[in-house]
Design a protein around this ligand. Structure first.
Ligand code: SF4
Length: 333
């Protein structure tokens, strides 16, 4: 096949790069055809770009990072295609990522988009029908190439026009990753995270906290979403949540972000956790919050504990008995 690139100069692709093996292989396959590949990675509180940054260096390609926070948050209320097993709106998320990638593709002058998607690797979100939906709803269906499964999918414009050679794209499908591991060896790819990790929206415990936040305080602002990663969380009332540090790392983060929840609870005299509550908490909520913090301090279970309470309204101290498991287990998020 005489490639268009030979006639008009180099073909350039913008490739979604999570840093996972599939996304790296897709890029290697295109680079084999002398395509000038740029990577695009999406940043949000739910997934990070560290693996993509590392992969971009290893693959020696430029990486464009797009802040995807507002986009993904907008999908968490009522995604058109629903959620996966947790709070992951994968079909809508992929479509929106490809839309954003398409916009960037036009901006930086790439010819087409590519992804590391593999047909039926995730039976729900990456089946034939959903791959077509994702492509269509992105608005860029005719220029999305999936190099790992292209042989099993309808030919796209880059293939039809000869920008790339379809016969050199792959026909992988299914959940087995044996072929990918073999290819990784051939391309000498060593650094890639396991496919399971990556998106917090697929983690049941995290999703539960996020759902609770969405349903009570709402998903306004990154700060309250970032706090979901730290500490133990207790729902005391609508719009009253207590966060209690589990370790020094949590305590430092909670104190450093206290402005978001404003009331800071600290155990006096014995080592213990930091607690955060909103300024709107009633007095009985603060007392319960203090008792819950006391439960996780080093004082014996039946002795009174002094808890310092600091907020923009001032400083105070109260004495509480540590809460019992029966009092608090049902409050745990
Ligand atoms: S796993 Fe997370 S990042 Fe990936 S498509 Fe689903 S929601 Fe989006």
């Amino acid at each position: 096949m005489i490639c268009h690139m030979m006639e008009t100069g180099q073909i350039r692709a913008l490739s979604l790069l999570s840093g996972g093996l599939d996304s790296q292989l897709a890029i290697c396959i295109l680079k084999d055809q002398a395509v000038d590949v740029h990577g695009i990675a999406f940043d949000s509180p739910f997934f990070c770009i560290a693996a993509a940054e590392k992969a971009a260096v290893d693959l020696n390609i430029p990486l464009h990072v797009v802040n995807f926070t507002a986009d993904i948050v907008s999908l968490l209320s009522n995604p058109k295609h629903g959620f996966g097993s947790c709070l992951n709106p994968c079909v809508d998320c992929h479509a929106l990522m490809l839309r954003r990638a398409g916009e960037l593709m036009e901006e930086i002058g790439c010819h087409f988009l590519s992804t590391g998607e593999v047909l039926n690797e995730r039976p729900m979100s990456q089946n034939f029908e959903n791959l077509a939906i994702v492509a269509k709803e992105s608005g860029y269906a005719d220029v999305i190439v999936r190099p790992l499964s292209a042989g099993l999918l309808p030919a796209t414009r880059p293939e039809k026009e000869g920008w790339i050679d379809r016969s050199r794209l792959l026909s992988l499908a299914g959940r087995s990753r044996r072929s990918q591991f073999k290819l990784a060896e051939e391309y000498a790819l060593k650094n890639y995270p396991s496919p399971a990790g990556g998106c917090r929206l697929t983690e049941p415990n995290y999703a539960k906290r996020l759902m609770d936040l969405r349903d009570h305080e709402g998903l306004h602002g990154v700060g309250s979403i970032m706090l979901l990663r730290f500490g133990r969380h207790f729902r005391l009332a609508d719009k009253v949540k207590l966060i209690v540090g589990r370790n020094e790392n949590d305590n430092v983060y909670l104190e450093g972000n206290a402005e978001l929840y404003d009331i800071v609870l600290k155990i006096e005299e014995v080592p213990g956790p930091t607690g955060l509550m909103p300024l709107t908490s009633r007095e009985d909520h603060v007392r319960l919050g203090a008792a819950i913090c006391a439960r996780y301090c080093d004082a014996p279970g039946d002795s009174e504990v002094t808890v310092r309470i600091r907020s923009s309204r001032g400083m105070g101290k109260i004495k509480v008995l540590p809460a019992t498991p029966e009092q608090i287990n049902h409050l745990r998020i």
